[in-house]
Design a protein. Sequence first.
Length: 256
Amino acid sequence: MASHKEHETFEFISRLGTTKHYGSMVATRALIELCHLRSGHHVFDVGCGVGCTPSYLARDVGCRAVGVDLLHNMVKQSRQRARAEGVERYVSFGVGDARELPLENGTFEPVIMESLNVFFQDKASALREYVRVVRPRGYVGIMEMTWLQPPSLELERTFRESAHATALDAAGWKALMGDAGLQNVVGSTYRIDLSTESRGRFERYGGPRVLRILLRMLGMVLTDGEARQRMRDGVGAISRDTLDTVGYGVFASQKG
């Protein structure tokens, strides 16, 4: 089960009505490519957030998709998004914990997740669950915050305290996937480009939704002291030195 701090982080993100991960649509497309997702695939998205990726897979790739998230509010927003985009026949959503998935072994062909495992203290148990529910020869793909070079102790502490996130370097993520039973893990790391991030948010959410998110953020800043501090901590963690050290990685492998 999620710790109290993990749950607080997820609740805060759900209140914003957004899904937080570096790379935006660039990262999502890289994940799709590495997992060889094609029309007709039945995809499982763990930690689906507000449902952007499942709806995109249904609308633009031709997949069927199932998303699970820890929070009822995220699932509610995911269903609303699917209806608004006209793909509710091809996607479904439910509440579930990534470390205790309510699924039988070998249920899905590809299993994907974006910016999820950084929030778990026990990352290994989550990876084993993903491998358990994927079919033989199916792909498991992850997109996660990744150290591009060794971070300072101060930077590690900043991310741990402001976002309750603990990243790994590329070798660490690959080793974790290997220990879960995946072989020949492939993938790449990417630097964070703020202009690309901004354009990706507009593509992912659309202009009107971005405006609603910004207005919601403004309202939270003005009325909620805890939310205001979280946003201040998040902005304060970003600097040129930070962007030289932290990026994101996209990794995938087939189950044997």
